[in-house]
Design a protein around this ligand. Sequence first.
Ligand code: AMP
Ligand code: ZN
Length: 133
Amino acid sequence: MSDCIFCKIANGEIPSATLFQDDDFRVILDVGPASKGHTLILPKSHAANIYELDDELAGKAFILAKKIARKLSEGLKCDGMNIIQNNGQSAGQTVFHFHMHLIPRYEGQDIGIEWHHAELKQEDKEEIMKLFS
Ligand code: AMP
Ligand code: ZN
């Protein structure tokens, strides 16, 4: 994807604060961090979202997320870690190249990753469970 900014970053055409890279991924600091240490994992090959991501890469991405999250957590001494991945504009995705957010959390710092909890409706439960039966 010639016009994809994360393709360019992941492949080194645009400079970034790179924490780690291998043949498949580049791990960078987010330029607009939600908290100190907010990190992004970018595959080097283009996939717009999780549905387009190759299965093997999807597996490797989670293993890498675990490794980077542990290192950030130990180094920054944060209290928690959100690992978030947005698919689609309505889910908050703004860059349409698959990426995972690693967001260190610090006790007492509200960064707004919350949602309102509704009640699980019986009709929704039945409809959704049917999809998997
Ligand atoms: P999302 O909203 O899940 O698509 O996340 C996109 C993220 O990419 C945001 O957190 C942005 O701050 C971050 N971002 C956008 N452009 C850059 C860039 N050039 N370098 C690093 N992070 C970026
Ligand atoms: Zn891309």
